[in-house]
Design a protein around this ligand. Structure first.
Ligand SMILES: Nc1ncnc2c1ncn2[C@@H]1O[C@H](COP(=O)(O)OP(=O)(O)OP(=O)(O)O)[C@@H](O)[C@H]1O
Length: 302
């Protein structure tokens, strides 16, 4: 079976900064893949290109057979007009289209609708699929009310799935941070994705919440959904990920199982190779450096 996501030679430049610099990797159906790397390695930039929030400078992203970067008719490509058209906003695949193709994501800084309730936040993810027309919506016909009820039931189902036990009628801003993260994941799942991108899902969570998050991610994978996560918590990554892609300066420097990554000198050097970080050569050569401790030190210095 071909890969669900195929990223090839992806590049994104901000002025002189090469945020993503020739990145290639793939994601298989139903796998848990972690993308790690030091701060500023280009992880979020890569996510933003993959989910069509940013238009990459060059490269290709194909998701489930859909070309995310250049979904324009071949005629435009042959006329070499595409770059020009895209720079004016034409033939740009919008994130909403990518969502319809089956890719959902969460954000490093939560992006819930602050003025909506918990239930309504999740319902927004399904409204795009409601078939009721303008007049039915305006007149609140029985058909419309039935569709709304079904939508609410499904939203409750997803809230239940992510383990939300609070009051669905509260505004999301009234929830503790960990609960808001759950609601954001429920909203992403409500789009019925084939792949879920999670940007630092464990940030700000306590130990118990992290354990629950790991269980939740495994249950999402068990639904057949591929999960790709950016994460700085190395303990969680090493326990959860089936495969890890490591970035540094926008490039992939390693890829493999947690065991391979943990012992990869190139990866260890990338995490150690910060000027103010003491380098312990003995550990480097024996390959026993604890990445989670390095990451923790770095977090404390942030
Ligand atoms: N909108 C932007 N404009 C200019 N430079 C940017 C922008 N977004 C990111 N960058 C730069 O691109 C590089 C990669 O940043 P990015 O946020 O993708 O890294 P990251 O690996 O996700 O980092 P972190 O782990 O700290 O979130 C950094 O040098 C960053 O300063």
């Amino acid at each position: 079976m071909s890969a669900l996501l195929e990223v090839k030679d992806l590049r994104l430049q901000f002025g002189g900064v090469k945020a993503v610099d020739g990145l290639s990797f793939s994601v298989d159906h139903g796998e848990i893949l972690a993308v790690i790397g030091p701060n500023g390695a280009g992880k979020t930039s890569a996510f933003n290109c993959i989910s069509a929030f940013y238009l990459p400078t060059s490269g290709s992203v194909v998701f489930d057979g859909n070309d995310i970067v250049r979904a324009a008719p071949p005629i435009w490509r042959s006329l070499r007009l595409l770059d020009l058209l895209q720079s004016f906003g034409f033939y740009r695949v919008l994130p909403s289209r990518v969502t319809k193709w089956g890719m959902a994501r969460t954000f490093q800084n939560l992006r819930l609708f602050r003025e909506l309730t918990v239930l309504d936040n999740v319902k927004t993810a399904m409204h795009a699929n409601l078939r009721e027309g303008f007049w039915a919506t305006l007149l609140h016909t029985p058909g419309y009310r039935r569709a709304e009820q079904e939508c609410a039931e499904q939203a409750r189902g997803w809230l239940d799935f992510v383990g939300f036990t609070g009051d669905e009628n509260l505004y999301v801003t009234q929830l503790p941070y960990g609960e808001q993260r759950r609601v954001e994941i429920a909203r992403a799942l409500a789009t019925s994705p084939k792949m879920l991108l999670l940007d630092e899902p464990a940030a700000g969570l306590n130990f118990n919440e992290k354990q629950a998050l790991m269980q939740l991610i495994r249950r999402i994978r068990d639904l057949g959904v591929a999960v790709v996560l950016i994460e700085h918590d190395m303990g969680l990554v090493m326990e959860l990920a089936e495969r890890i892609v490591v970035l540094n300066y926008g490039k992939e420097i390693a890829e493999g199982t947690p065991e391979q990554i943990k012992n990869d000198p190139v990866v260890i050097e990338a995490y150690l190779g910060v000027e103010d970080e003491p380098i312990d050569d003995t550990k480097l050569t024996t390959g026993t450096v604890d990445l989670s401790l390095l990451e923790k030190n770095r977090e404390e210095k942030r």
